[in-house]
Design a protein around this ligand. Sequence first.
Ligand SMILES: *Cc1c(COP(=O)(O)O)cnc(C)c1O
Length: 232
Amino acid sequence: MEESVLIKIKDDISTALGKRQKQFGTGNRVEILAVTKNHPPKLIVDAFNSGLTQVGENRVQEALHKQAVIGNKDIQWHLIGHLQTNKARQAVGIFDIIESVDSLRLLELLDKEAQHINKVQKILLQINIAEEPQKTGFSVGDYETAVTKIDNFPNLSLQGLMVIAPQTDDTEKIRSVFRKGYEFFAKLKEVQPVSILSMGMSEDFSIAIEEGANQVRLGSALFGARDYSLKF
Ligand SMILES: *Cc1c(COP(=O)(O)O)cnc(C)c1O
């Protein structure tokens, strides 16, 4: 990653923060989650050395491999891809935050696995706000049920929400999804001590920030195209 790229992104983040029309319950700072999937381990080390200490990976296997190569650094590992229930144990073993929690069954399993290793697992709930059938995430109805049950899981610590915008050029549609994301967050904050609203990727992070995001998940904007030929 070129240093100038990171400077430009931080600049864009400041501009978007400046365009906010109101005060949000997510504060005035935006964290960058460096999405390093389909990039080699060395890229994570470079990102870390540039001050990007929070890393997002989509797959348990790939993250395991990279952690083994990189060794013990002060990196915060986030899982942002759909988690299969049979990988729950491994995920709890290696991720600081699991952002892509999308079912009640997964909540139960993660709590059980975290209890096994005496960990309090930080999680976000992912909501499929646009209700896109091909996308993961809780449906709105299931999300609302999950929130009512969250206190039943002593080994999970709910930190906030993760939202993915629909893939479209229609920026107003994208904006309305992020706006709803913030509304869900604000409502959740009334009943749970949440602080993270993870919304926005390379193509739409400015809109997400304008609508209240305080974590953006950036891959290609930081690191260029992913290399899908890499095997982990
Ligand atoms: C891949 C991915 C990203 C990053 O996507 P870019 O468009 O490259 O920034 C962010 N969030 C999730 C959930 C992803 O799967």
